[in-house]
Design a protein around this ligand. Sequence first.
Ligand SMILES: [Zn+2]
Length: 203
Amino acid sequence: MQGFILRVTKVKDEDLIVNILTQSHLYTLYRFYGARHSTINLGYKIDFEIEYQTGYLPKLRHITHLGFPWLRDLQKHMLWQRFIRLLYDHLREFEEVDSFYFGMLERLAKKLTRQEPRRAFIEEYVRLLEFEGRLHSDMHCFICDLKVQNPTLARAFLPAHTHCVPKEPFDDKKLLYLFRYKDTQFFDEEEIERLWQTLQEGF
Ligand SMILES: [Zn+2]
């Protein structure tokens, strides 16, 4: 089956615990001598098999790395790993997961070939918020519950007045376009960086 490596933890000299996201599960698997193999790296998409054994963590076997054309782009690779870490923190409690999350990484891996990475992550993150029913397109401040024009955004892109959360505001027309169409085209470089910083506060 195929999956994305969301976390790699060294346990003994060369052994690893590897968390892998598939269409339906977040697996925790054991890999002997894993540290020696370059196929196991945070964010990699792999083809693999699971060998179950009673009393122990299931084993990760027969791994093939399914590369992306942009993996040699250092900046894209770094931001991808950053996003993957945030996703792992978000999903870590679960063993069974909706196929939405695997599908999101599939879309992102394709988008990164041609799109500016922070824009791609912001757009897919908005899609995630909507999927989870946490996207606040009604533009009410989450602190005082009153309507807000040109809000700032707190963690999880929650709108707020700049006097309730002292941060720079965003143009609400641009925000509404992003929230509706998952499209960042109207934001300039500086705004994209602020959105990306907010995203990194945690899903
Ligand atoms: Zn407020």
